[in-house]
Ligand binder design. Structure first.
Ligand SMILES: [Cu+2]
Length: 151
């Protein structure tokens, strides 16, 4: 195929798109050592996770490095849920298989009102405090965040 550049000279374009762009190793959810639930809710005192506004130094989870856990996110509203440290894979949405839009590695998953999403996450490399939070700026600014500590 030939194409002209914006400079007017004709150049041969011999590039091709690979048939497969990447391969993604699937996390083994059956190897999960824990299942944790995080409920994102509007409470009368603010936007909360498991009934709590953000409290630095009061982690909601202490996953072990090198392990896989299943984290269940529930909501009564629309929240894009973001987990720091490691990417995750969606393994279920509303007790069904993930949607096509759930494929691949994620750092944020979109939960619409009354949805429940399960993700598998493998904690790697770095011990210490990390965060999960709603990525809606108004919600995170109104305390919809939580610490977790990898050990
Ligand atoms: Cu939110």
């Amino acid at each position: 195929m030939c194409s002209a550049t914006s400079y007017g000279s004709a150049r041969r374009d011999d590039t091709t798109v690979p048939e497969r762009l990447s391969r993604i190793a699937t996390l083994d959810a059956n190897a999960a050592v824990a299942v944790r639930t995080f409920h994102f809710q509007l409470r009368e005192h603010g936007w909360a996770i498991n009934g709590k506004l953000y409290a630095p130094g009061e982690p909601l989870a202490r996953p072990k490095l090198g392990t896989i856990e299943i984290w269940r996110f529930l909501t009564d509203f629309h929240h894009p849920v973001h987990v720091h440290l490691d990417p995750f894979q969606v393994i279920g949405r509303n007790n069904r298989s993930p949607g096509r839009f759930d494929a691949g590695w994620k750092d944020t998953v979109d939960l619409r009102p009354a949805e429940a999403v399960e993700v598998a996450v493998r904690f790697t490399d770095h011990p210490g405090p990390f965060m999960l939070h709603c990525h809606n700026l108004e919600h995170e600014d109104m305390a919809m965040m939580a610490d977790f500590v990898t050990e």
